[in-house]
Structure formats: structure tokens, C-alpha cells
Design a protein around this ligand. Structure first.
Ligand code: MG
Length: 250
């Protein structure tokens, strides 16, 4: 069942999302060749604590960090560590906070230095795909409309969405109903109502093969180890249409 948020809950989620947006901006500013993914995580965790929030990812089903750092062939759920960023890399930064009993969660992909044009095109398509999905967060539409908008756009541009992972509802839990796949049929799934909040997160790659989860149980990589991109936005359905609480973007 998809939970509808009260206006008081929505107000807190709005504030949390704003705080998280500022935090990820600061973390993204540190992204440069030579810094390790572990240092980014440490900084993100400090900022979350400074904001008097709790890192939502840390210890979530055993995840060890406050930030997911997914580099190049890593799509999502990359575990921060000693790996150093270098010119030409793509890094997806995914972050979550819990504050006042409510969650915020979003992600962005940051290109580092001179990224090959093919890779940048894919990143740009992923960013645009998120916008396509967000536009469908309108009361009266259905969840499949979001999925379909993302999936068809990405295919038209010649790329493939990740099918194994999905977007989700968010509120008093980080992952609430519904699941929001990045592909699907229009006019299917549950009806969107005012006060629902969704995390929409297109994950895009060059090939249609299944993704692989590494032995750490988290890090998800592309089959051919080609680069991938991931953007996530948190969006409320309102009577005036989609309200973006926070989103990643180029
Ligand atoms: Mg998410």
C-alpha cells in the first residue's frame, strides 16, 4: 500500500530533502582526481551528523557506509574505500538521511575531468530520463506511467535501463511501496494520489545484459564492465503536479 503523507510529514520531508541536497553539493565539490571514495564517505557522514540527522544507509541491511560511491562500471551500491578517483571517471553518489522520523534519499552522477563523449551522452540521457519520469508524478496518473516514460526515452536514445533495481516510495521508511521500475507499460500499477512521495532513480548502461552483484554483496556492476550512470530524485505528488523535493542532475 502506498502511504499518503500528511502536510506536516511533507513539510519535514521537504526540509530534510533540502538539507540533504546541500550536503551532497558539498560532497560533490570534493570530487576530484586523487581523492578516495572513503574520504568522500567520511565527509558525507560528518555533514549528516552536523545537520543532526542519521545516515540512512549506514547499517541498512548491513551496508557499511553513509554514502554509496559507484565508480564507472559500478552502477549502484558501491562501497567507499581506498579507490582513488581519476580524470575521466564517472562517480555516482547516493546518500540518505533520517531526521525527525522521516527519510530523504537521492543520488547524482558526477563526471571527473575529461570524460569521453560517449559516456557523457549516456549520463545526459540518464539525467533527462529522470526529468521524464518526474513529469508523470501527477495525481490520477499511475506508477507505470513513470516507468514507461523513463524506459521508452532511454531506449529511444539507444541505451538500456537496469531492470534489477527500482525506485521506491519514501517516508517513515526509506523504502516504501511502491516499487518503481525504470521500464514498464503506461496506465498500469497503482494510481498516484496527492501526498505520495517517490524516489525515482533511472540507472542506465550501454548493454542489455544482466547486471552483476560482486562478492561484497552490494557493489553492482555492468556485465561488460562498461560505465553506467544513475540519478535519483525525490518527488511529491501535489495538486499542482510534481514537486521536486531534491534531485540529482548535471
Ligand atoms: Mg533510493
Amino acid at each position: 500500500m502506498i502511504k499518503v503523507k500528511s502536510s506536516a510529514e511533507l513539510e519535514i520531508m521537504r526540509e530534510n530533502a533540502k538539507i540533504l541536497g546541500r550536503i551532497l553539493d558539498k560532497v560533490a565539490d570534493k570530487v576530484q582526481p586523487g581523492i578516495t571514495t572513503g574520504a568522500l564517505d567520511k565527509y558525507a557522514e560528518e555533514l549528516i551528523h552536523e545537520a543532526e540527522g542519521k545516515p540512512a544507509f549506514k547499517n541498512y541491511r548491513g551496508f557499511p557506509s553513509s554514502l554509496c560511491t559507484s565508480l564507472n562500471e559500478e552502477i549502484v551500491h558501491g562501497i567507499p574505500g581506498d579507490r582513488e578517483l581519476k580524470d575521466g571517471d564517472l562517480i555516482s553518489l547516493d546518500i540518505g538521511i533520517e531526521k525527525k522520523g522521516l527519510f530523504a534519499d537521492f543520488a547524482t552522477t558526477v563526471p571527473i575531468g575529461e570524460v569521453p563523449e560517449d559516456d557523457m551522452n549516456m549520463v545526459s540521457v540518464t539525467d533527462q530520463a529522470l526529468s521524464k519520469g518526474i513529469k508523470k508524478v501527477v495525481p490520477g496518473n499511475r506508477i507505470g506511467d513513470i516507468s514507461h516514460a523513463i524506459g521508452t526515452f532511454v531506449r529511444e536514445k539507444g541505451y538500456y535501463v537496469v531492470k534489477e533495481f527500482v525506485g521506491h516510495g519514501i517516508g517513515r521508511d526509506m523504502h516504501e511501496d511502491p516499487q518503481i521500475p525504470n521500464y514498464g507499460d503506461p496506465d498500469t500499477g497503482e494510481r498516484i494520489k496527492e501526498g505520495m512521495v517517490f524516489c525515482i532513480e533511472p540507472m542506465v548502461k550501454f548493454d542489455k545484459n544482466k547486471v552483476k552483484v560482486l562478492d561484497d554483496g552490494w557493489t553492482t556492476v555492468t556485465a561488460g564492465r562498461d560505465p553506467s550512470a544513475h540519478f535519483e530524485g525525490m518527488v511529491a505528488a501535489t495538486e499542482d503536479g510534481p514537486e521536486v523535493l531534491v534531485r540529482g542532475g548535471l
